[in-house]
Design a protein around this ligand. Structure first.
Ligand SMILES: *Cc1c(COP(=O)(O)O)cnc(C)c1O
Length: 463
């Protein structure tokens, strides 16, 4: 990402202000499919369509802001992961990225499994008819009620996150007369985010049991000796929005090292390893994510090589993509309310949503793209900051981007790659109502999560 001066800069400004942005694209009407879902395109009338439906019609029918999900794109990505990993591996979709009953059914139809990490996510999966043995239950502080529900339901695995939880799950399973399949989540001393990874001596974080100091080995010792548990493998998740496979390489090396130690100490070869999720997607045209088949090939080779060196049978691999399945499938459609040029600085474009429907920019300084979608425009590019309607100056949706200089109230703009961690992290800040999710496919649009109403808000307020 480079800062570049551009002669067409913001209106009323000769010099562009500080910021992280690339040069404006030569044609703002072109939609880059790196960041837009596959069926998104601009019609001859200039209006953007998705799944054959114009966004102007979607806005009219469902209102704005609204998350528009390209169902064909979701299914294609899910299938690509499933196909890439083949029959000897499992793909668990991380439900926290975005979960609804329709999504659960798509996952089942496309052959994916599901990660949940709360009672609410588990309830959603079960209510949509997900086979419990295809569900993995995660989390660093699952309640006794949640664990009980998961064991009773018969989830395929519980990922144990602490010494206390090893005992807790064993006790609950035993009291229900069951033997629960479990994995132990370890921290391998690798932290990966976007383009870099860092290997540290110890892991300073709340998740997992450190490999360092023999703690993970001790956790395995305890789990193997508890009647309520069937230890099936080791789990590692190293970060998010990762582009660089070398973090996974170090993680796989260390996980396989633990499997070897377990074999040497206990004479047991654990049959599974889970390498977690965190695979990156393109939020802007500058990002270059890997394809599922490249990732599957790289992980398979790394694990195969490590196991051969350790003389272990290659375990069954599982991965847990969330963002990389759902992120690129959706965009958020907003209506422009005000356009406020600040001389010498930038132009603020206010939309009818904001940090309540996309907290990622405020929370992680995330980068997004944006486009004018209700019409084409040949106006020059203007540097904008897209902001929401909330009472916070940090209420930013897109920090730095270019939109046509003739942008006006009433225009529809869309922010792509908002399928993951936007609706699932949405809030009611300022008592703003959470937007609906509309799935579009083959010329048809249907609501899969409806818009929140004032009645919904007031129903909780019983004082
Ligand atoms: C968050 C999470 C994932 C999914 O991460 P993405 O970045 O959405 O792929 C997978 N596994 C675990 C354990 C997680 O916590």
């Amino acid at each position: 990402m480079s800062r570049s001066a551009h002669p067409a800069g913001p209106r009323h400004a000769d010099v562009l202000p500080e910021g992280h942005y690339s040069a404006p694209p030569t044609d703002l009407n072109v939609l880059d499919h790196k960041v837009w879902a596959q069926t998104v395109g601009r019609g001859e009338d200039g209006v953007v369509t998705v799944g054959g439906v114009p966004v102007t019609r979607l806005a009219e029918e469902f209102g704005t802001p609204v998350y528009i999900m390209d169902e064909a794109d979701f299914r294609a990505r899910a299938r690509a992961w499933r196909t890439a990993f083949g029959a000897d591996a499992d793909v668990f979709y991380a439900g926290k990225a975005f979960l609804s009953r329709a999504v659960v059914r798509w996952l089942e139809e496309e052959g994916l499994n599901l990660d949940v990490c709360s009672g609410g996510e588990l309830a959603t999966a079960l209510s949509a008819g997900m086979a419990p043995e295809r569900i993995a239950f995660h989390g660093n502080n699952k309640s006794v009620a949640e664990i009980t529900r998961a064991v009773e339901a018969g989830v395929g695995r519980i990922v144990l996150d602490s010494f206390q939880e090893i005992v807790r799950v064993a006790h609950i399973a035993q009291s229900l007369g069951k033997r629960q399949k479990v994995q132990i989540r370890i921290t391998v001393g690798v932290e990966a985010h976007t383009h870099e990874f860092i290997a540290t001596a110890h892991e300073d974080q709340k998740f997992g049991i450190p490999l360092a100091g023999g703690q993970a080995a001790e956790a395995v010792r305890r789990a193997l000796h508890l009647d309520g548990l069937e230890l099936i493998g080791i789990h590692s998740h190293i970060g998010s929005q990762i582009f660089d496979m070398s973090g996974f390489e170090v993680a796989a090396h260390r996980v396989v090292g633990l499997l070897k130690d377990i074999r040497d100490e206990h004479g047991v070869e654990l049959p599974e390893i889970d390498l977690g999720g965190g695979l990156g997607i393109a939020y802007t045209s500058d990002d270059d994510p890997r394809e599922p088949h490249e990732i599957a090939k790289a992980l398979g080779e790394i694990v195969g090589r490590e196991c051969e060196a350790a003389r272990l049978r290659t375990p069954r691999i599982s991965v847990e993509p969330g963002r990389a399945v759902v992120g690129p499938t959706a965009f958020t459609l907003y209506e422009v309310g005000t356009v406020k040029p600040l001389e010498g600085l930038r132009t603020y474009v206010s939309v009818d949503g904001g940090m309540s429907d996309n907290i990622r920019t405020a929370l992680y300084d995330a980068e997004y793209s944006v486009a004018l979608v209700s019409r084409a425009s040949d106006a020059e590019p203007m540097l904008v900051r897209v902001v929401g309607k909330h009472c916070e100056s940090g209420d930013i949706v897109v920090k730095d981007a270019f939109l046509p200089a003739d942008l006006a109230p009433g225009d529809l703009i869309a922010v792509p790659a908002t399928g993951a961690y936007c609706r699932s992290m949405a809030s009611n800040y300022n008592h703003v109502l959470r937007p609906p999710v509309v799935a579009v496919k083959d010329g048809e649009a249907r609501v899969i999560v409806r818009r929140e109403t004032e009645e919904d808000l007031l129903r909780l307020d019983v004082g």
